[in-house]
Design a protein. Structure first.
Length: 270
């Protein structure tokens, strides 16, 4: 199927690695030009060069720390200038620390909301007027299944994710009249560069070996494994397609049917 993405443009946050880089790569393979941002300039530029070389598309690397409003404004403005228009906005940057409430500090809670939620708010505040002026657009927010499938070890990510899901649905109602549609993609565990750090944190908090902690998530998924980056990126590309524009205010889980209760029960036995 032709996704009709050729010649379209996109802004993708958190594009230096993991899911964001995967999304930028798939977009470029579909014939799109893309502007990506991340905090680490060297990793960001390396990712842009790699994707551009592999696909022949224009990939613009714009360093930005989305915990800062000025950086969010700068990313959207420079990305818009480089691309000429913004057909698609993909909010992906950010993560929140896992842990039980007894071990989470004020700083942990602030971190959970500052980038994963407020980073999205900041980018949307600046990109939506551009989309309104140009007559429409598409927003895909990468959020996470913690917001709809709570787990006590993931209480901080769950709070940030629930806020992001509420934001997505609320803006879908507000901006539909401007031909701007929104959807949320809620991944479960995904094998990214960040995954090993999450496993180490689970291992620490639950007093498990790394190998034992690494088996918890796959055991909660009927397919017996976690997702690959490409699987999430392909879903985002499909949802970003003009063919899917009427899908508005929708949340889609991509987690293999994960049952979070199985993970919590496994932890409780430790």
């Amino acid at each position: 199927m032709d996704l009709q993405l050729k010649g379209k443009t996109a802004l993708v946050t958190g594009g230096s690695e993991g899911i964001g880089k995967g999304i930028a790569r798939v977009f470029a393979q579909e014939g799109m030009d893309v502007a990506i941002c991340a905090r680490r300039k060297d990793a960001l530029e390396a990712a842009a060069a790699e994707i551009a070389k592999a696909t022949g598309r224009k990939i613009f690397a714009i360093p930005a720390d989305l915990t800062k409003d000025e950086d969010a404004r700068n990313f959207v403005a420079k990305g818009h200038e480089a691309l000429g228009r913004v057909d698609i906005m993909v909010n992906n940057a950010g993560s929140a620390p896992g842990g039980v409430i007894e071990n989470l500090s004020e700083a942990d809670w602030a971190q959970a909301l500052q980038l994963k939620f407020m980073g999205y708010v900041r980018c949307l505040r600046y990109v939506l007027p551009i989309m309104v002026k140009q007559g429409g657009g598409r927003v895909v927010n990468l959020i996470g299944n913690d917001g709809v499938k709570p787990s006590y070890w993931e209480i901080a990510p769950g709070a940030a994710n629930a806020a992001g899901q509420n934001l997505t649905i609320s803006l879908a109602g507000q901006y539909g009249k401007h031909n701007i549609s929104f959807c949320a993609v809620n991944p479960g565990p995904v094998r990214t560069e960040r995954w090993s750090g999450l496993v180490k944190a689970m291992s620490r908090d639950m007093k498990l070996s790394y190998e034992e902690a690494d088996k918890l998530a796959p055991a909660s998924i009927p397919m017996g494994r976690i997702a690959e980056v490409e699987e999430v990126a392909n879903l985002v590309a499909m949802l970003a397609s003009p063919l899917m524009h009427f899908v508005n205010g929708t949340m889609i889980e991509i987690d293999g049917g994960q049952e979070k209760a199985l993970m919590d029960r496994a932890r409780d036995k430790r």
